[in-house]
Design a binder for this molecule. Sequence first.
Ligand code: ADP
Length: 189
Amino acid sequence: MLNMVIFGPPGAGKGTQSEKLIERYGFVHISTGDLFRWHTKNDTPLGKRVKEIMNSGALVPDDITIAMLKEELDKNPLAKGFLFDGFPRTVAQAEALDHFMQSRGTAIHRVVALDVTEDEVRTRIAKRKAIENRADDEEEKLNKRITEYFSKTLHVLPFYKTDGRLTNIQGIGSIDSIFESICAVVGTT
Ligand code: ADP
């Protein structure tokens, strides 16, 4: 079993594709966005620390995020394959992830980046807002999240590109055709 990262701007379809990947391959799914939302919803000490940051659309500092990720990995000592969604978002997080995988005797084998333009992302989120009310989809916060992606997170890609782990996939098209493109990457050895 392999470990993979799914990568893309807010609204790229990471959540949708992750669900399908879990169903097909049985990955243990680790979404740092979902984990942070769980902590804020349940008002845990960590939730209290990150609530304002998240609501502003900014990235949570690396030390907090990496510690939470490590805890989550430690909860799954026997997991054969992880799907990371929303992590890593900075080069420091990518380095920490490689380190954690190495210490488990494994690695991050594949990184799939869903390529979606900023215009498409904004259109999709506007539609999503109409059905699902996510606090961080409000205009100002959304702008901040998109800026954080293009100013920080995008810089993680060269980290994976240099050693051949990265595959870019066109994130515009039908859900199923995008899914099959991702599966072709997961299936290659
Ligand atoms: P999006 O839909 O914008 O991709 P997520 O649902 O993955 O967002 O995450 C929501 C929020 O949680 C982010 O805006 C950020 O504040 C925080 N967050 C999630 N993952 C990370 C991470 N790896 N590093 C820092 N902050 C994170």
